[in-house]
Ligand binder design. Structure first.
Ligand SMILES: *[C@@H]1O[C@H](CO)[C@@H](O)[C@H](O)[C@H]1NC(C)=O
Ligand SMILES: *[C@@H]1O[C@H](CO)[C@@H](O)[C@H](O)[C@H]1NC(C)=O
Length: 282
């Protein structure tokens, strides 16, 4: 006697043999691709699984043929991330990481006084190497900063001054700092700037209206304590032929200001003379 099950199964095989069954869209496997990828395949059609860039499998790629049963064979392909070379140690610095696998990024810092030569992070590439190249940390020392004439400098009381250490400058009374108050030890092993102290200009003129920062001011009032290094004013001068006035600029440079030659100061007794700043502009 023939079992009903066997009859059913034989019928099934018969059907498959005659018509063939199409295979469905193949299963997705993590980090892999299938070529060609379709919704259905006829018996005899081939597909290839391979790992995505950055992932590898022990057996390499896998090729399958759609069988008459219409059922893809079991696929044991496992795609695992590539691992970049060990990069867990940075001399005189530290490395932050989770794993060294594609596509992770690791980051770097240097100990105080060390300069990071390179970038502060690197990525494990598809090819399994670090990009950009791993950095290094080279200690940077700066010389002790020198005291400016007529001023002073403060810096940390240490045996050596290192990268990113700071020094601050100041000047004695009546002197003005030319440069930043604070400087930093640079990666090149020198200071970011070399400030100096510049003298204030004494104003010898008793009476004049000048332009200072766009405003008309009385020079002897505005600068009764002297003009700071770098300050600029414009003096009014007369054009005698055209009977009008124009301006010429003067700047205090380290205690010296050159008064424009065209500027004429009248004695306060010469009351009949008009000053240039009271004459219409040319
Ligand atoms: C920084 O690294 C590059 C490449 O490794 C090297 O040629 C260079 O000398 C280094 N510079 C310093 C200041 O260490
Ligand atoms: C510091 O040294 C570098 C390299 O020698 C140079 O290019 C730079 O101008 C120096 N900076 C100062 C402020 O002197």
């Amino acid at each position: 006697m023939v079992s009903p099950v066997l009859i059913l199964f034989s019928t099934f095989l018969f059907h498959v043999a005659i018509a063939g069954r199409t295979c469905p869209r193949p299963d997705d496997l993590p980090f892999s691709t299938v070529v060609p990828l379709k919704a259905a395949y006829d018996p005899g059609e081939q597909i290839v699984y391979s790992c995505k860039p950055g992932y590898v499998s022990r057996g390499g790629m896998r090729r399958f043929t759609c069988p008459l049963t219409g059922m893809w064979p079991i696929n044991t392909l496992k795609c695992i991330p590539r691992v970049c070379p060990f990069a867990g140690i940075l001399e005189n610095g530290a490395v932050r990481y989770t794993t060294f696998e594609y596509p992770n990024t690791i980051s770097f810092t240097c100990n105080p006084g060390f300069y990071l030569n390179g970038t502060n992070s690197a990525k494990c590439t598809e090819e399994g190497n670090w990009s950009p190249e791993l950095p290094s940390c080279a200690q940077v020392k700066c010389p002790f900063p020198s005291r400016p004439d007529n001023g002073f400098v403060n810096y940390p009381a240490k045996q050596v001054l290192l990268y990113k250490d700071k020094a601050t400058f100041g000047c004695h009374d009546t002197y003005t700092l030319d440069g930043p108050e604070e400087v930093e030890c640079t990666r090149a092993g020198n200071w970011s700037a070399q400030p100096s102290c510049k003298a204030t200009c004494k104003i010898s003129i008793k009476k004049a209206t000048v332009l200072y920062q766009g405003e008309r001011v009385k020079i002897q009032e505005q600068f009764k304590n002297g003009m700071k290094h770098g300050d600029k004013v414009s003096f009014f001068c007369k054009n005698k032929e055209k009977k009008c006035s124009y301006t010429e600029e003067a700047q205090c440079i380290d205690g010296t200001i050159e008064i424009p030659k065209c500027f004429k100061e009248h004695s306060s007794l010469a009351f009949w003379k008009t000053d240039a700043w009271d004459v219409k502009a040319c």
